[in-house]
Design a binder for this molecule. Sequence first.
Ligand code: SF4
Ligand code: SF4
Length: 466
Amino acid sequence: MTDRSLNRRKFLQLAGLSTAALSIGITVPKLVGRTANGLVVESEEEYGGFLVEKMNAGKLPYRYDPQVLKAMNEKMTMFSRNVWDPARQKRPELTEDLFHENLIKGKGKVPNQTRLDYAFMAASWTVAGNRDYPSYKWDVQSGMIRMLQREVPQAWDPKDLDMSWEEASLAVKHAALFYGASLCGMAVLNPLWLYSHRYSPTRENKEQTIPILSESERLEQADDAWYIPKSMNRVIVLAFEEDYNAIANSPGRLASAATGNGYSRMAVTAFTLAEFIRGLGYRAIPAGNGVGLSIPMALDAGLGELGRNGLLVTPKYGPRVRLAKVITDMPLTVDAPISFGVTEFCKNCMVCAEQCPSGAIPKGDLTWKGKSPSNNHGVYKWYVEQEKCYDFNGFSCSSCKMTCPFNKPNNSWLHRLIRQVIRKRIGVADKIMVTLDKAGGYGRQVPASRFWKKSGRASITAREQA
Ligand code: SF4
Ligand code: SF4
């Protein structure tokens, strides 16, 4: 295994940058240079002004050990373990202060959180929480059934419209953004990122799982297994920006509203995009958290890099996104994985680990193995202790998004300055930026009242408030 991380000196040399020459301004998409790992590009529109290395074929922005890494059983995820694992049955009860109904009954416990906040939070989950609608919990099943019910028409050939497959893939991306995604990337589906088993508990058997098999052309949702055709070897990964000001209320109800809103938008967009692809005569399975691990798929699809906080960090929105995906056999042109210095920055920045209220984020180096049974070992990264996070989290904590210097929108001179320093990849400045960041009060919970004072602007994204 080789270290794929970018050499800073080489990067600066190729980009023609000087550490003293910090300029603040809007950038235009352009090719900046070339490294051993790929092309260096910058684009305000796509990458929020960061310098991004688009990696050559076969290169990845992470390292994994093929001898150790195995496809994960969905049964081992935190949400699943909370159902069947005896060790998880004694966890703190989180739900009583979370739900709107309880607040109305006078049981709301969180200080400074009002009925306005609770109603806002509860409503944001409406689509995601609707059993008749595809959502994070029922996504796979709904998506599979719908696919099986449909007769697939003859596959569309882009040549009919005098288009190349590159242009057709771009058209699918446009559709994804039109239907509601903030970012869209495409990758060859790595079977290692599919769950080995779907966790499918019954009343009689809380531990029941069903294998997910993708080694033949069989397409069936059978009792003994779910069969996904091998030819469904592309994944379209969709990222959904969460509202900056709502996340700033973490760990409060507004942050949960941002989460719920993300999940609801995921359901609408992924399901709609899958229908679009089926209309073109290809098969498509939409999924939120189901079917497989979204974060490594997003890394493969060039949407970002992995942070210390265990999350996808995108150039444009930082870790402030939710992820969904559509698996398909449409022969889409795939995107290059990217690197823009996150791993290197995280080595100097400890903010999320210091601010995490549960101590779930490690402060040490990257490792090959995590401490939690819900960690999937064999990737060289920072492993978050899932139990600690969940037991604090409920649905409301997004502090590891809120505190991250990459989270900031590109909408003020200070935010732009921070971006410019990060993007120049000046190691010594990383620590200074982190210090400035803390001094600026980033990382402290912003009261919900401040969000509501922007009355009538609550749905406007931070980017648009610039
Ligand atoms: S969601 Fe909150 S508790 Fe969980 S890792 Fe992030 S900061 Fe820590
Ligand atoms: S807060 Fe700092 S250490 Fe954590 S993910 Fe963001 S950049 Fe990395």
